[in-house]
Structures are given as structure tokens and as C-alpha cells.
Design a protein around this ligand. Structure first.
Ligand code: AMP
Ligand code: GLY
Length: 426
């Protein structure tokens, strides 16, 4: 079967790497892809939100499965767009419907879903301009810290954690009266601050059944020791040592199963990944957020631990027979360390030549491209996050050492990476 993968980051390179290994994959196309995915399949110069061009490319290339990497096309309804078109409705789309993708597209929608299905999460209330005054009172009477969230997609920037009431009142005003996050912030979710360690859990679901993927922990801050600005993610580890069998059981019974049951009760059409952003509050798991896709960089860590054929699993997902499948997981530790552009997550330059790619020696791991571009003979930087070095190890420490060893063989102007990924798990 011919497969189209939508997206262009490290997540997509890792998915492309895995899809390509399947005997069921004849030809692989990636739209738009990056320099790394071009080594595994054919990159198509189509942006992820151009559904008409994506449909035309599917028909032209006899594509019968489309895997959607990023959230934006999902929230914009790519699934429904393909299913409602007689020419493309036969194509298996891996990703949720537009309605179900609102779990990521609207924080208020996700909170209402959790409340309805009794899924543990932070206490909250939502506000718009119509109950603005009530919002001010709510903030004044709320304990600190307090969390303000723009309802819609805000490129990972819509969450503000305030440690004093004045700051919270001012943020609230900026969001609702000054359009700080544009349309995304026209509705604001205010919730209690939860203290604990975060982790990411992933499931593949066909809307009825699910398979749990390996868990991961992502490192969001730019600096060693979890300091400095928030980024899209500077590295990840899997497995996560504090996720014991007992804790995982709680996650399943209190969160994963009620979520899938909730999909059924609410009649969500969902054939894709569910990403549970969780926090461990004194041994009790709570949901911080849902995403309707895989995480980045978690995918670069989680996918290499899966030994099962991913195309087979996707086919079973599309045909709603995931209950027939199980998933084989490599017990080794896997880590990913991300090299970014100088200046990221603030302003950075693109177009820097990445040197050392041709003579790279990696013993037990692989290199995934995030923001890269092939320019004639040169591979150049093309984003904030540039390269993901993934390694296997007997321990997290050993794997991280290998990931760093990989990155030490590469060089570009402004290259930066954290050297302490997995530091808590020495
Ligand atoms: P989100 O976009 O909802 O994932 O939020 C981004 C980040 O803000 C999360 O990964 C957490 O680190 C933090 N965060 C969000 N909500 C809360 C909360 N209720 N308590 C503590 N931290 C939070
Ligand atoms: N690494 C977090 C995310 O993909 O949202």
C-alpha cells in the first residue's frame, strides 16, 4: 500500500523510519517532510493545511493510507474532509475526526469531557468577555499559583502560570481584552496549579479498543536542570522509572479506559493516537491536557521502542479491529536529545550548514531530522529544533551518553543541546 505521512518534524521522521520498515508499505510519501524524510520516501511540497492538494496527491499516487502527524490539520478537520469526499473516503486516515480533535483544539472542550466522564484533572472554570467580572472575582479568591489557559491552539504558548494575583488579573485582561493570544484566547480556562512530575502516556485507538504505547518523559525547558524558557521539547526518555506497574494500572483504570469509554458514549470518531499529558500528584495521576496526536520529541523516543509492525497496527486501527492486535515493546531504555538553533525558543536564524552528517558513526541508535532542509549538496538548518539523536541503552544514563556522542560528531553555527536529559534517573 502507498502511504502519505503529513508533517515535517522529528516526529514525522521517526514515523517515516518506522512505516518504511513494514512489508505492507510499498511507497512512502511525506508532505512536506524534511531532509531526513527525503532519504526514506518522496517529499511532496504541500503544506499540512492544504487539504485539496493533499487529496489530489493521494489520488495521483494511489495512496490508501494517510497518517497525520501534527495537530493543526486534525483540529481543522482533515479527517472529515477526506471522509466526506467520495473520491477520498476510501483512504484510511490515521487521526481523529474534527469533533474529537477539539480535545486538543479547545481546553474548555477537554475539561468538559473530563468532568462528564469523571476523569481526574485540575479544578477549573471557564470565562469569556460575557462573564469577565466574575472571572476577576474568581482570580481574587483563588489560591496561588493559578493557571490561565487560552482555550484554543496557541502554538504551545497559551498557558500562563501566575504566582501572584496582580499578575493573574493582568494576564486575564491581556487575554480577554487585548487579544494576547488572538482568537485562541477569547475564552480562558482558569485552573488550580497541580504539583508533581509530568509524564506522557500514549494510546493508539480505533474508537472502541486501544493499545498502550511506551510512556515517556519530555524535557521542556531550554536549560540544563530544567531552567530557562519553555520549548517544544529538548529531549525525552522512555521508560519512565517512576511509572511502576501499580501506577500504570491507576493510569489505565482512572484515565485511559474512561477516556476511550467517553469516546464511545459521546460518539467520537477517533482512529488515531491519544496523547495524555499527565502529572503524578503524590502517586495519583491527573490529566493536564489531551493531545490528538503523538508528541515531539516523545515520538523519536517511543517509536524506536515498538517492535510491532506499525502499518499493521494502523490498518487494524482504521478497520476497527485493534482488539486482535498486541504490541511488542523493546525493554531497553531509549533517549532522545534535541539539538536546536542558537537563540531558540526566541528568535533564531535558519540556513546554517549542518556538518558531519556524512561521516557519522552511531552504534545503537539513529538520527532523526527535525527542522532541516536539503539545499543541493548541503543539509541546512530550517527550524528551532534541528536534529534528534536517539539511542538505546541498558540504562537511561548509558543511552543519553550515546545520544550526546552522536551530537558531538555534528556541528552547525549556533548549535545547542542540553547535556542532562534524564538527570533525575541517574
Ligand atoms: P498545556 O499546554 O496544557 O500542556 O500546558 C503547558 C504546561 O503548563 C504543562 O506541560 C505543564 O507544565 C504546565 N501546566 C499546565 N496546567 C497546569 C496545572 N494545572 N498545574 C501545573 N502545571 C500546569
Ligand atoms: N512534547 C510535547 C508535545 O508534543 O506537545
Amino acid at each position: 500500500m502507498n502511504i502519505l505521512l503529513v508533517g515535517s518534524g522529528g516526529r514525522e521522521h521517526a514515523l517515516a523510519w518506522k512505516l518504511k520498515q513494514s512489508n505492507l508499505c510499498t511507497q512512502l510519501f511525506i508532505a512536506p517532510g524534511n531532509a531526513g524524510t527525503s532519504l526514506l520516501g518522496t517529499n511532496l511540497p504541500i503544506v499540512v493545511n492544504d487539504f485539496e492538494l493533499l487529496k489530489a496527491a493521494c489520488l495521483k499516487n494511489n495512496i490508501t493510507m494517510m497518517v497525520v502527524g501534527p495537530e493543526e490539520p486534525l483540529v481543522n478537520g482533515i479527517y472529515d474532509d477526506f471522509k466526506n469526499d467520495t473520491n477520498t473516503k476510501h483512504i484510511h486516515v490515521i487521526g481523529p475526526s474534527k469533533n474529537a480533535a477539539q480535545l486538543e483544539g479547545s481546553k474548555a472542550f477537554a475539561k468538559e469531557f473530563m468532568l462528564r466522564h469523571n476523569i481526574p484533572t485540575a479544578a477549573y472554570k471557564e470565562f469569556t468577555n460575557s462573564n469577565y467580572a466574575e472571572g476577576l472575582e474568581y482570580i481574587k479568591n483563588h489560591s496561588l499559583p493559578i493557571v490561565l489557559k487560552a482555550d484554543g491552539l496557541a502554538a504551545g504558548k497559551g498557558v500562563v502560570i501566575c504566582t501572584n494575583t496582580m499578575e493573574a488579573l493582568s494576564e486575564f485582561e491581556l487575554m480577554l481584552h487585548k487579544s494576547k493570544f488572538g482568537e485562541a484566547g477569547k475564552r480562558v480556562v482558569i485552573e488550580e496549579f497541580l504539583t508533581g512530575i509530568e509524564l506522557s502516556i500514549f494510546a493508539l485507538t480505533d474508537g472502541e479498543n486501544y493499545l498502550l504505547l511506551p510512556e515517556a518523559k519530555d524535557y521542556k525547558r531550554i536549560g540544563d536542570g530544567d531552567t530557562g524558557l519553555n520549548t517544544g521539547g529538548m529531549g525525552a526518555v522512555s521508560p519512565v522509572p517512576f511509572v511502576t506497574e501499580a501506577f500504570l494500572q491507576k493510569i489505565k483504570t482512572q484515565i485511559v479506559i474512561p477516556t476511550i469509554e467517553g469516546f464511545k458514549k459521546d460518539k467520537f470518531e477517533y482512529k488515531g493516537f491519544v496523547f495524555f499529558g499527565l502529572i503524578n500528584v503524590d502517586g495519583e495521576p491527573k490529566v493536564i491536557e489531551y493531545n490528538c496526536r503523538m508528541g515531539d520529541p516523545e515520538t523519536e523516543t517511543v517509536i524506536p521502542r515498538i517492535e510491532s509492525d506499525l502499518v499493521e497496527l494502523f490498518l487494524a486501527t482504521a478497520q476497527q479491529r485493534l482488539h486482535e492486535k498486541n504490541i511488542i515493546i523493546n525493554p531497553k531504555s531509549v533517549t532522545t536529545v534535541i539539538a536546536v538553533s542558537g537563540g531558540y525558543p526566541e528568535g533564531y536564524e535558519k540556513g546554517k550548514e549542518i556538518k558531519g552528517l556524512n561521516k557519522l558513526t552511531i552504534t545503537d541508535g539513529m538520527l532523526f531530522h527535525c527542522g532541516t532542509l536539503q539545499k543541493n549538496e548541503l543539509t541546512v538548518t530550517n527550524g528551532g529544533r534541528v536534529i534528534a539523536a536517539t539511542s538505546y541503552g541498558q540504562t537511561i544514563k548509558e543511552a543519553v551518553k550515546s545520544s550526546i556522542n552522536t551530537l558531538q560528531q555534528l556541528n552547525y553555527d549556533g548549535m545547542y543541546y542540553r547535556t542532562d536529559i534524564g538527570y533525575e534517573f541517574e
